[in-house]
Design a protein around this ligand. Structure first.
Ligand code: GLU
Length: 304
């Protein structure tokens, strides 16, 4: 039996003494103002035992990690039809690139880049009566945590600086791949990015991806195939244009966000969330990636 607490303690000791912590995202004040000298990890194993270290109870903006959760909700609602509007190939591009979208006639490469997430948001806006409320309720249910909230200030800053997201949404609309008003879809998207969680909440929220689509309370949200497909997308597309590097170094499906969070998982074994707001050049948490590389190397636990 692996003693995860000792593993996390060792990682914390080693990673915490690094000199290079990366740079926090600077495009909105709420992220730019965060102290980059933070580092937390929370791991939950398949038996629902919890292990944590460092700043694992401090809330941060989950940003693009939310794309996996909207995808899960949309796939649960519309099933395979979703893949007519968004592809499942890695883009090899940064999250907000637009050129491929034009070359490929408004079909985004995958649901974990911004254009793809906007299509997924459009599906939810079409299907749900009160999209923002119902999406938040979905997250609160799968995490079993009613305290999770949107951060309205972050959502507003996202809106005020979201020029490329406006461009992507308008491009999608011009290709007929957005059914609702651009502003309505973007308002939903900016809110999903603003969700705040700590590492413990994030690891618990993603438990359903290690448990064949069943959350911690054994309620089913995805079938086995849907959970498998989302995990495959996290592995191939979850880290912007560094997905190959993450698979190479860490060897787990996962998703990062520019708030410095990373969630990664091994089906039937564990789900782990890290937070360190300093990012590397590709926009992934620098120390989070290093910590996860050490976790899978030290425990010999990865999908490979
Ligand atoms: N709110 C960011 C954007 O859409 C998400 C950034 C991210 O975490 O990748 O530009």
């Amino acid at each position: 039996m692996i003693d995860f607490q000792t593993v996390l303690d060792t990682i914390h000791q080693e990673i915490g003494s690094r000199k290079e912590w990366g740079n926090v995202a600077a495009y909105i004040p709420e992220l730019a103002d965060i102290d980059n000298n933070k580092f937390g990890i929370h791991l939950i194993d398949f038996n629902r035992k919890n292990y944590s270290i460092g700043d694992s109870n401090e809330s941060f903006s989950i940003q693009s990690i939310s794309k996996v959760l909207t995808l899960a909700m949309a796939l649960g609602l519309v099933g395979e039809d979703l893949w007519r509007r968004v592809d499942v190939e890695p883009s090899g591009d940064p999250f907000n690139h637009l050129s491929l979208l034009e070359q490929e006639n408004g079909i985004p490469r995958n649901p974990l880049i911004n254009a793809g997430a906007l299509v997924v948001a459009d599906v939810l806006v079409s299907r749900l009566k009160n999209p923002k409320e119902e999406f938040l309720a979905f997250i609160r249910k799968i995490s079993n945590d009613p305290s999770i909230k949107y951060d309205e200030q972050v959502a507003l800053s996202e809106k005020n600086t979201g020029f490329r997201n406006y461009a992507a949404a308008n491009l999608l609309k011009s290709y007929g791949n957005l059914s609702n008003d651009v502003d309505v879809v973007l308002d939903f998207y900016f809110h999903q990015c603003s969700i705040a969680m700590n590492c413990a909440q994030l690891a618990k929220t993603f438990f359903l991806f290690i448990n064949r689509g069943n959350c911690m309370q054994e309620q089913t949200y995805l079938n086995v195939n849907q959970a498998k497909r989302i995990n495959a997308l996290m592995l191939t597309c979850g880290f912007y244009d560094e997905a190959g590097e993450f698979a190479f170094e860490v060897g787990l499906p996962g998703k990062s966000g520019v708030g410095g969070g990373i969630v990664a998982l091994l089906p039937n074994e564990f789900c782990v969330a890290t937070w360190s707001p300093g990012l590397n050049k590709k926009g992934n948490s620098k120390l989070g990636m290093e910590a996860l590389e050490k976790l899978t190397s030290d425990t010999d636990l990865s999908i490979f």
